[in-house]
Design a protein around this ligand. Structure first.
Ligand code: ATP
Ligand code: MG
Length: 581
């Protein structure tokens, strides 16, 4: 490709409101253009990278035995009604009516469409298992679309759906997909971890996420410093903390604690570690049937409530903040809420205690009376407490598997695999006949990869202060051929000759034949992130060109006779180094 014809408009300045490097460089490098909030167009450079990522994903999915199909982007809302998700999915689901007043949704995910396809054609266990996938558009009306392709509203996903006669077979495919995803992300050159995850609105349990580790990640991961345990904080577990800490021994008593409304103040007042205090977190739960109720969570003072876990145990679709006035309207006071008579006062059955508090002694908690706390509280004396896992795992907590110290890391989700079981086949009445001619619901799995997000993530993990550094497998071109001065006849002639030679050897080359200063051409090369450059300059007088590696900025003089050999050797290595990682 000759740059003088190529549609690759680069920008000098960073567009405003851009936080992530990946977002800045993809815009400035002429890869993408924002068309609307969370909606992007791909320019030729962006489309080339997108196609390469897509090709790697397709190759590995086909190799793993899945078959490519394509579902309609739009799904009839009636199918979502039947699966029970139409109202549950929330505001991310964009619904609309056609001229006949039939309701549709813009597909944020396609379990319903996949079940509809399979149940129509697959009738017998002999036709199973089957894994179908597509690489296609999704729409989610995200509350905060941001960071460019990282969190769009319209984006491209690879979504696969597998169907099985029994659960064992589903788990076999689940493991097969995990291996397939590991190969994909390795070929893409990403530093990733596979973590235990929360399944969100897709449903099921035991799902795993593929997380790319980067300090800018939106997700917090809990990782063991000693063993392989890794989980999204939304699903992370920890070992029950030891009760051997120096417990503040005290007889049960009520203390006047005027204006002591925070855990920190309470700890200072009684000179105790926050571990021995009980924190009450009150939320306003919105439930599927439209009801709105106060929900009470009790955790140790040193812990924080994990919102996703809290949503699950309470069964709410949303947990909203509560004002002091709302709390006072039921006879409680912020900062002084505790477990004593809480059921009686609130008449609520939505009261949850963190598992780490089970039967704990020597605690301090609110007395459900303004300006008073209790000390010497023993939870074993209480009846009917419902303990569950609702606290966030902190750094320094202990691993359930090996007692190792748990750490936090930031990550970006690039893939998610779910063993769904019969979550969709049952409500959508999708069944087959087993070997005893008995009708059974399909066991189902689903497997997603954010294809367009992968462009952003790859840049985020591979860039420097000058621009992108693509790895060879997904770079839009393998090399840029830069003519230092296009007015120099000999340089141009030599460059034309090398360009033809590179093309003949099947090398993807961008020939920078623009009438621009050398500095501009170099800056564009560095911003775009193409792995290598060949500079045709004054060196040709002594029969040499300069070969530059974008990654470490190394420069090598290469004799004209060895150019193709040298270039091919480096390109092959940059691709295979990633593939065999
Ligand atoms: P997140 O927690 O980031 O919102 P999710 O759990 O909603 O992700 P899934 O429903 O599992 O995502 O979708 C599969 C994949 O699609 C994700 O792993 C991610 O790579 C990608 N993805 C999800 N939402 C977006 C988005 N708004 N923009 C771009 N890619 C997305
Ligand atoms: Mg999401």
């Amino acid at each position: 490709m000759r740059y003088s014809f190529f549609f690759a408009p680069t920008l000098k300045e960073a567009p405003k409101d851009v936080v992530f490097k990946s977002h800045e460089y993809l815009l400035r490098g002429g890869y993408i253009q924002q068309l609307g909030s969370g909606i992007y167009s791909f320019l030729p450079l962006g489309k080339r990278v997108f196609d390469k990522i897509k090709a790697i994903v397709k190759e590995e999915m086909d190799r793993a035995g899945a078959q490519e199909v394509m579902f309609g982007f739009i799904t009839p809302a009636s199918l979502w009604e039947q699966s029970g998700r139409l109202h549950k999915y929330g505001d991310e689901l964009l619904r609309f009516h056609d001229r006949k007043n039939t309701e549709y949704v813009l597909g944020p995910t396609h379990e319903e469409a996949a079940v509809e396809m399979i149940k129509t054609f697959i009738k017998s266990y002999r036709q199973l298992p089957l894994n179908v996938y597509q690489i296609h558009l999704k729409f989610r009306d995200e509350m905060r679309p941001r960071f460019g392709l990282m969190r769009g509203r319209e984006f491209v996903m690879k979504d696969a759906y597998s169907f099985h006669a029994d659960y064992d077979d589903l788990m076999k495919e689940f493991n097969n997909m995990e291996q397939c995803y590991r190969k994909i992300f390795t070929r893409l050159g990403l530093d990733f971890r596979v973590v235990e995850a929360d399944s969100g609105s897709i449903g099921g349990s035991g799902s795993k996420e593929f997380m790319v580790i980067t300090p800018n990640g939106e997700d917090t991961l809990v990782i063991c410093s000693q063993c392989d345990y890794a989980a999204n904080i939304e699903a992370a577990k920890r070992k029950s903390s030891a009760l051997s800490k120096n417990a503040p021994q005290a007889q049960f008593a009520k203390f006047k604690t005027p204006d002591i409304t925070t855990i920190e103040m309470l700890c200072n007042f009684f000179h105790v570690d926050s571990y021995f205090t009980i924190k009450a977190v009150v939320k306003k739960g919105v439930f599927e049937n439209g009801a709105v109720e106060l929900v009470f969570f009790f955790i140790r003072g040193c812990d924080t409530l994990e919102e996703t876990k809290a949503l699950h145990v309470s069964g709410a679709t949303q947990l909203l903040e509560v004002s002091n006035e709302e709390i006072e309207s039921i006879g409680l006071f912020s900062g002084f809420i505790g477990p004593y008579a809480i059921k009686h006062i609130t008449k609520s059955d939505k009261i949850f205690f963190d598992i780490d508090l089970r039967d704990s002694k020597n605690l301090i908690c609110g007395a459900n009376e303004k300006d008073y706390h209790f000390v010497g509280v023993n939870l074993a004396d209480f009846e009917g407490i419902y303990y569950c896992d609702i606290a966030s795992v902190k750094e320094g907590d202990l691993c359930m598997c090996c007692d190792g110290m748990l750490e936090h890391k930031k990550g970006i989700e690039v893939g998610h695999i779910f063993p769904l079981g019969q979550r969709y086949s049952k409500p959508l009445n999708a069944s087959f006949l087993d070997e005893n001619s008995q009708s059974k619901f399909f066991e189902m799995g689903c497997y997603g990869i954010g294809i367009s997000r992968l462009l952003a993530v790859s840049v985020e993990q591979n860039c420097d202060e000058k621009g992108i550094i693509w790895n060879g497998n997904i770079a839009p071109f393998s090399i840029v051929l830069i003519v230092s001065n296009i007015k120099d006849y000999e340089q141009m002639e030599q460059a034309e000759y090398i360009y033809g030679d590179l093309l003949q050897h099947g090398i993807e080359v961008l020939f920078d034949d623009r009438n621009e200063r050398f500095g501009v051409k170099m800056a564009d090369f560095e911003l775009m992130g193409i792995p290598f450059a060949l500079i045709i300059g004054k060196g040709i007088l002594k029969g040499c060109v300069e070969f530059i590696e974008r990654k470490n900025a190394t420069k090598t003089e290469v004799p004209l006779s060895e150019v193709i050999f040298h270039v091919k050797k480096h390109i092959d290595c940059s691709c295979s180094c990633v593939s065999s990682a």
